[in-house]
Ligand binder design. Structure first.
Ligand SMILES: [Zn+2]
Length: 289
């Protein structure tokens, strides 16, 4: 969730500028030094590059309801606005969680830098996989996450479209708990965030890969086609390919699904069509009649 990546950075920065900042600084300063300069710039740079590649090698054309320019524009404005709302709201409650986690951290992991980085990356990605399953299985969490799934097309802008509550809980679960339990290495968190930003934009993009490239990349990473299958409008496809960066978790836990080509996928939700942004924000969505 790209909003969450940027929000975590911004949240930590705001905290460091406030009264509680000095208590967090030891733990998070290295994350901030690297992220403020690199992560934000890198995220938006990768997004722009991916948009250019989408124009050159599109995988799918817009569905009928999104073909008029006005509808396409409205959709992109909705996705970007959701992202801006995330940046504005989430730091209000994410800071306290990150502070608490940093103060509780136990540092159970072995004290070898490379091992710590690897463990941070793998544990955060496993936590992301588990969290993604949770938001599909629990009714309340699904009401937040379906805001992302209601999108009727996937492209780079979809990577920025998440409800702030989903991102907030994600900060608590993925970062708060793991930092508190294992004292994840700040460098490991930074590397994970960098990797995740790139893969999230890539997997939501409307980029067409050759069959051979698809095969090689999906051996390790979630590809756009795999993620499109996750965004297919009905079960059991929606309950597959939960991975964020790596495909290993879907392979291990049997949730990998390669069963549809991109052209066979209908993106969105079967019973809910695209909604005005205020309905998405207040989770007051209308079902199709
Ligand atoms: Zn999902």
């Amino acid at each position: 969730m790209l909003s969450e990546r940027l929000i975590t950075v911004i949240g930590i920065t705001i905290s460091l500028n406030g009264n509680i900042g000095s208590r967090m600084s030891n733990y998070f300063s290295s994350i901030i030094n690297e992220q403020i300069t690199y992560l934000t710039l890198l995220t938006y740079s990768v997004a722009v590059a991916a948009i250019c590649i989408e124009k050159l090698r599109p995988a799918l054309t817009h569905p009928i309801q999104l073909q008029p320019l006005q509808n396409r524009t409205r959709r992109v404005v909705t996705n970007i606005t959701m992202h801006i709302l995330n940046i504005g709201i989430l730091p209000l409650f994410s800071n306290a969680v990150l502070l608490f986690a940093a103060e509780q951290k136990c540092e159970l992991l072995p004290n070898y830098p490379m091992t710590q980085v690897l463990l941070a990356i793998l544990s955060l990605d496993l936590a992301s996989y588990a969290y993604h399953i949770m938001v599909h299985k629990f009714r309340l969490l699904w009401s937040f996450h379906r805001v992302h799934h209601i999108d009727e097309f996937l492209d780079v802008s979809s990577a920025f479209r998440f409800h702030f509550m989903e991102n907030g809980l994600s900060v608590i679960i993925r970062y708060g708990i793991l930092v508190a339990l294992f004292g994840l290495s700040p460098i490991g968190i930074t590397v994970y965030l960098l990797l995740e930003s790139i893969v999230l934009i890539f997997q939501h993009s409307n980029i067409r890969l050759s069959a051979s490239a698809e095969k090689i990349i999906e051996f390790v990473f979630i590809t756009p086609r795999l993620h499109r299958i996750h965004h297919h409008h009905e079960l059991p496809y929606t309950d597959s390919n939960f991975g964020t960066i790596f495909t290993i978790w879907d392979r291990i836990f049997g949730t990998m699904n390669r069963g549809l080509s991109s052209k066979e996928v209908t993106i969105g939700l079967k019973d809910i069509e695209e909604q005005p942004i205020h309905r998405l924000f207040f989770l007051n969505v209308n079902r199709k009649s």
